[in-house]
Write a protein that binds this ligand. Structure first.
Ligand code: HEC
Length: 130
């Protein structure tokens, strides 16, 4: 190796920033998929209560077992406003912006930051059935 220490540092930094640019492009908002990214979270964290027969479904009418029923929402109406995560009730609840009694998942551990971020980016990207 004929490179001196500062030069090697600079090369290292260059590689790092190229890598992080590549990584951040890989998870751009429009790449979030309902089928591959969103549904797996719902399946593990919400579905036990939000399917016919479950306590969440019986109380609110919200069935999260398919894209169609998710978009239909509760008996009071939609919980997802495509393109607008901030006003979507889904996000209000999972982010804990509503009263603590109705934070979702109900009486369970909050979703992780990466999980919330996936849901938010999916809603902001138009909440597509992709
Ligand atoms: C342990 C059971 C349970 C789990 C798990 C659960 N919910 Fe619920 N959910 C409920 C119950 C019960 C209600 C009715 C709450 C009420 O109206 O007091 C409800 C209501 C809701 C509502 C409607 C609230 C309203 O405005 O009336 C939404 C939206 C919702 N849940 C989303 C979710 C999402 C998203 C998840 C997963 C991240 C989830 N829930 C996980 C039990 C659950």
């Amino acid at each position: 190796m004929f490179l001196n220490f500062p030069t090697r540092m600079l090369l290292g930094l260059g590689v790092c920033s190229a890598l992080s640019l590549w990584l951040s492009n890989g998870v751009a908002a429009d790449r979030i998929s309902y089928k591959d990214d969103v549904f797996p979270i719902i399946e593990v964290r919400c579905l036990e209560c939000h399917k016919p027969g479950g306590e969440g479904y019986e109380t609110s009418g919200l069935d999260l077992s398919s894209y169609e029923t998710l978009m239909k929402g509760t008996k009071f109406g939609p919980i997802v406003v495509p393109g607008q995560a901030f006003t979507s009730n889904l996000m209000v609840l999972v982010e804990g912006r509503a009263s603590p009694e109705i934070q979702m998942p109900h009486n369970k551990k909050k979703l992780t930051k990466p999980e919330i971020s996936i849901l938010r980016r999916w809603v902001n990207g138009g909440a597509k059935d992709n």
